[in-house]
Ligand binder design. Structure first.
Ligand code: ADP
Ligand code: MG
Length: 276
């Protein structure tokens, strides 16, 4: 694509991909620093209530600074365009890694989930709930010696929900990761993110989520009614963590701040003892 200005500060250079919320571009600021830009679908920018809410939440969204979080730097409202300016993270997302690898080793799964949990702890500490934790929303930074997971799109799911409430055409996300209390219509808390991360961790080990198959409604019901089958080859301590994270009652789950160091330490000890 040709270079395109965004407001007076930024230039978009090429298209990185498209998602449910909009299109993502690579670009830079006036000083030449690289960023990723998520240009939201026009219906978001056309809805005054949504724009107002977004602007209200901007300070919370942009204040989260953590190595496991994709930092949102700025929000640009320019004519008909609403765009989020964020860190450029080049290593693809966790969905792509899963597709490529099938399953991960328990050590790598615990290490990645521990990093994600650390990032989500910082999101929760800022008073935000992610609400859409899934492999697609974890970008991978492979610039160093280890692969560092970085969560993205926190706080944005609320906007998508608000849009879905007024626009029945809005596609619903996959129910594979949704906590049982959310499926019942109760408000999302940090505990819902813990549940979703438990599903992600399960998927990293097993290659599939525990309740998939059949209609979306069937999947949603199984979150509350069924018990996840234990995947083959999963160490006891890792299975215990997954089971705790997948507790039906939100209050029975560990908090993100509790599970993060547990998973991180487990990742280290499993890597040191491959036979464990
Ligand atoms: P949505 O949340 O609207 O579904 P995505 O977050 O999936 O959109 O983004 C669409 C595409 O852009 C994906 O292929 C993703 O890998 C890429 N992308 C998203 N955010 C970034 C980023 N910060 N840096 C680099 N690429 C990104
Ligand atoms: Mg996304």
């Amino acid at each position: 694509m040709n270079e395109q200005p965004l407001g007076s500060t930024y230039t978009l250079t090429d298209r990185l991909g498209a998602g449910a919320m909009g299109t993502v571009y690579r670009g830079r600021d006036k000083a030449g620093a690289p960023f990723a830009f998520k240009v939201l679908r026009p219906e978001f920018a056309e809805d005054p209530a949504l724009v107002q809410r977004f602007v209200q939440e901007r300070s919370a969204l942009t204040q989260v600074e953590h190595p496991n979080v994709v930092r949102m730097h700025d929000l640009v409202i320019e004519g008909e365009t609403l765009a989020i300016v964020m860190d450029l993270v080049d290593g693809g997302d966790l969905r792509a890694l899963l597709r490529q690898e099938g399953t991960l080793s328990p050590a790598q799964a615990a290490q990645l989930a521990g990093g994600i949990a650390n990032g989500l702890s910082a999101v929760h500490a800022a008073g935000l709930v992610h609400r859409d934790v899934k492999p697609e929303n974890v970008l991978l930074d492979r610039s160093g010696t280890t692969t560092v997971p970085r969560v993205t799109d926190f706080g944005i799911a609320r906007l998508a929900d608000a849009a879905a409430a007024t626009r029945s055409t809005m596609a619903l996300g996959t129910p594979n990761y949704v906590a049982p209390e959310i499926a019942e219509g109760r408000p999302a808390t940090g505990a819902a993110d813990v549940y979703s991360l438990g599903i992600v961790l399960y998927e990293l080990c097993a290659g599939v989520t525990p309740f998939e198959g059949g209609s979306q409604l069937a999947v949603i019901r199984r979150h509350g009614d069924a018990t996840a089958p234990r995947p083959d080859g999963i160490p006891d301590q890792l299975w215990a963590a997954i089971r705790d994270m997948l507790a039906k009652g939100p209050a029975e789950r560990p908090t993100m701040a509790q599970i993060a160091p547990y998973l991180t330490n487990l990742g280290v000890s499993l890597a040191g003892h491959p036979a464990a």
